[in-house]
Ligand binder design. Structure first.
Ligand SMILES: *Cc1c(COP(=O)(O)O)cnc(C)c1O
Length: 377
């Protein structure tokens, strides 16, 4: 059975260094906070090129910390793409604010800037909610149109939160993902471009005030006196073990994994172009390929392809079968204000293929051949 994302192959490649890093933390007895977490935060801040990185317990918490720093609350509208993982929108409702769902571009899977403008204008006109922030998701590893979205956020006096849970390592020109938002959030869930061996996440910002607030919120709202807490916060720390694991992983990611996964993606596109609709990377953009997602002509054809690959021991996944504006948890939102027809269509026809830096050319060829045969049979 082929792996969808082969974390075991990665562990085998990093084994000596990884085992030592883990044992060192165990022997140090500094399990929570401690020097490894500081070292990891500095290394990740340096890698993306941002002043502050604060590690926390998950990507979801990272998004939540940003919204807390900005005091996003009831009465605020936050614009979120409908085609994403649930957490991107969940955090908005956790703060009591209202998500407004924005459609995506069929070629890039990322937020459609024209629909964003349309949804903002409608929200302003309806006058019930205050446009407060935009959450732009770097879906499948590809940065959203972040420079343009940032201009729109500024024009309307809104904050931009970059959900780079899947986008770590991507870039636009020379500027790396996690640096475009006023605050950016990433996830270290094992299957993400850089994952740890459990849950983890981080926020990034150049703003000292927000960094201070997020530092406090992720440690029970601590102030300067250790036992006087000055706000209601969370318990959202990254374990020292995970920090040590991430330091080993970041090195491999920077040295070869990111390039290798891009080679795998290019090879898929070469072999599958003209067979199915392959993902499009706009000029000047660079993806970290959290997923390689193709589009089939119909839902029936997708089921047929998925079945044929499964029978041959090749796992695939559907990211995402239900867009946010159709989620049961958001059923109370006004459907007229949250229409996203492209997200609806994508949910029926997308299929993500196995991708990771350690995928062999032989396995890749087997996948492509079978996929092509199935489509033509
Ligand atoms: C994975 C993911 C999250 C949440 O990250 P966790 O670490 O699982 O909490 C948020 N947004 C997107 C787009 C994701 O893919």
């Amino acid at each position: 059975m082929l792996q969808f994302r082969d974390l075991k192959a990665q562990y085998n490649a990093l084994k000596d260094e990884m085992d030592q890093a883990i044992l060192d933390v165990v022997a140090s007895s500094a399990y929570v906070m401690g020097p490894k977490v500081k070292e990891m935060e500095q290394a990740f801040a340096d890698y993306v090129g941002v002043k502050h990185c604060i590690a926390c317990n998950s990507g979801t918490d990272a998004l939540l910390l940003a919204l807390k720093a900005w005091d996003v609350k009831a009465g605020d509208a936050v614009f979120v793409p409908s085609f994403t993982f649930f957490a991107s929108a969940e955090v908005v409702s956790m703060q009591g604010a209202t998500p407004v769902f924005v459609d995506v571009d069929q070629d890039t899977f990322n937020m459609d800037v024209r629909d964003l403008l349309h949804k903002i204008e409608r929200t302003v006109k309806l006058g019930k909610l205050k446009p407060k922030a935009i959450i732009a998701v770097d879906l499948f590893g590809l940065p959203a149109d972040l420079k343009l979205i940032k201009q729109i956020a500024q024009r309307y006096g809104m904050y931009l939160l970059e959900d780079a849970a899947q986008g770590f390592g991507g870039r636009i020109g020379d500027q790396k993902a996690c640096t475009f938002g006023d605050i950016a959030a990433t996830s270290f869930f094992p299957a993400k471009p850089v994952g740890c061996y459990g849950d983890g996440g981080a926020v990034f910002t150049n703003n000292d005030e927000w960094a201070n607030l997020m530092e406090s919120y992720h440690l029970h709202g601590k102030g300067t006196d250790r036992y006087d807490n000055i706000r209601i916060g969370m318990n959202s720390r990254l374990d020292s073990l995970q920090a040590a694991i991430l330091l080993v992983k970041l090195k491999a990611f920077r040295d070869y994994e990111l390039e290798d996964v891009n080679r795998v993606a290019e090879r898929y596109t070469q072999k599958l172009k003209g067979v199915v609709k392959t993902p499009e990377i706009p000029k000047g953009f660079y993806s970290s390929w959290a997923q390689y997602t193709i589009q089939l002509p119909s839902k029936e054809m997708r089921a047929k392809v998925q079945e044929a690959l499964k029978a041959a021991g090749i796992p695939t996944a559907i990211y995402y079968p239900i867009p946010m504006h159709r989620q049961t948890a958001f059923a109370l939102l006004d459907p007229n204000e949250n229409q996203c027809p492209v997200a609806d269509r994508l949910a029926d026809i997308v299929l993500s293929l196995p991708i990771h830096p350690y995928l062999s050319e032989e396995d890749q060829d087997r996948i492509c051949t079978l996929l092509t045969q199935t489509l033509h049979s």
